[in-house]
Design a protein around this ligand. Structure first.
Ligand code: HSE
Length: 427
């Protein structure tokens, strides 16, 4: 039976889960895959943590060189997160002829061109299923099963922290600040939540997924990114009244006009399958020209779900002798021939705080009309505030982003209303 040695860099939550799966399922993989996967080394500064997981003391390496020069290690699993020292360690492993499996979305998003170059040069595998959407097998679906398609679009809830926060806000009517505090207390949100709540984490993942889906490099810099920190309980409630659920969506579209990639809070029609993805669950909704719509759903994070994706890659690497790389030129920047759309089209939710007097609606309508914005739905709330203002809420038909920005400027310059919030809508 083929024996494959692995080393795990980092025994945090995901590293610990990976170690557990590999050791508990060792005999199962011997039977089902005809391969004996052995953890030969771990790299973990907290020796106590390694020992508590059951790692033998002589398997704990003191530095990356020890792992690179260990002839029994074939595959290095990087689950440290962050760019450095993860990048140097991964490059050292590849240059030592070891294949790499990584869960590191920031590293892979920013430096896959460099890592892939080293992997090709050394004839090593480079696997990254766990970098996007944890246990949900979306990378392999894009790399293998959906290759027969031209992927037209993908929409995903690919950050569990923000989905947990938005779900709680929706179900309980609580404020963003209160839910975030509670999520931090329960360990669902990081002490420094910026990467999640400002949409960086989702944008790293969208960069990776859309590059694979659209067969061209989509660097992080091309992604329009907005987080959820400005979302209020009022907007969630008004959305509900109009039949929408608010989600942080990662959207990629590949049209004849070009590619658009964006991460932002989005109202999703309550009947859309993505509207039912709640709590910390993730989902990716892919539309291909042949397969039509496919939705992949599951746990986007966590020790065992993410460990499942890593171990899947380890088995794939151990049982597939020929390594494959990107179907496009994986460079640092976008291919100059790829056209990106920034003035994209969407439907919009626009909430105004308006004076409650004759002529206000006419004036707002005339501004919309000047910018060619057509209104699909409107509500005026009866609750007048102390300064005599009322909430006016519009949902537009498909409109260009720049037209909405100009209309917002004009409304704010007028003396009849102020724009309180603008949120894109998917119907
Ligand atoms: N922080 C991520 C999330 C999990 O909240 O979904 C790892 O990508």
């Amino acid at each position: 039976m083929k024996k494959v040695g692995v080393a795990i860099l980092g025994l945090g939550v995901v590293g610990g889960g990976t170690y557990q799966i590999l050791t508990e399922h060792r005999e199962f993989y011997q039977k089902t895959q005809n391969v004996d996967i052995v953890v030969e080394n771990v790299l973990e500064l907290r020796k106590e943590r390694a020992l508590s997981l059951g790692v033998q003391e002589n398997k704990i390496a003191s530095n990356i060189q020890e792992i690179c020069s260990n002839p029994d290690v074939d595959i290095v699993i990087e689950v440290m997160g962050g760019v450095e020292p993860a990048k140097s360690f991964v490059l050292a492993a590849l240059n030592a002829g070891k294949s790499v499996v990584t869960s590191n979305k920031e590293l892979f998003c920013k430096y896959s061109y460099e890592l892939e170059k080293a992997a090709r040069k050394n004839n090593c595998g480079l696997f990254f299923e766990a970098s996007c959407v944890g246990g949900v097998p979306v990378i392999r679906a894009l790399l293998d099963n959906l290759q027969g398609n031209k992927i037209l679009s993908m929409m995903g809830i690919i950050n569990g922290t923000t989905n947990y926060i938005l779900t709680k806000m929706t179900n309980e009517g609580s404020s963003y600040e209160d839910v975030l505090k509670e999520a931090q207390k329960l360990g669902y949100a990081e002490a420094n939540p910026t990467a999640d709540v400002e949409g960086y984490d989702a944008a790293y993942k969208l960069s990776i997924l859309s590059s694979l889906a659209f067969h061209t490099k989509i660097p992080f810099s091309k992604i329009h990114r907005e987080g959820i920190t400005g979302i209020t309980a009022d907007d969630i409630n008004y959305g509900k009244q109009l039949g929408y659920v608010l989600k942080l969506l990662a959207i990629g579209k590949n049209t004849d006009e070009g590619i658009e990639v964006r991460v932002h809070p989005t109202y999703v029609k309550a009947s859309h399958p993505l509207a039912t993805v709640n709590d910390s669950y993730n989902a990716v909704y892919i539309t291909g020209d042949s397969v039509e719509d496919v939705m992949l759903y599951g746990r986007g994070a966590g020790a065992l779900p993410t460990g499942s994706a890593i171990v899947g890659d380890v088995i794939y690497c151990a049982t597939h002798p020929n390594f494959r790389y990107s179907t496009f030129k994986n460079t640092e920047e976008a291919d100059p021939n790829t056209k990106f759309i920034d003035n994209f089209k969407s439907a919009y939710y626009i909430r105004l705080s308006a004076h409650d007097k004759a002529g206000v609606l006419a004036k707002v309508s005339s501004i919309f009309s000047r910018h060619n914005i057509s209104v699909a739905q409107m509500i005026q709330e009866e609750d007048v505030t102390a300064d005599g203002r009322v909430p006016l809420i519009f949902i537009t038909h498909m409109t260009k982003e720049k037209s909405v920005n100009k209309a917002v400027e004009d409304i704010n310059l007028s003396d009849v209303a102020d724009v309180v919030s603008v949120i894109r809508v998917v119907s």
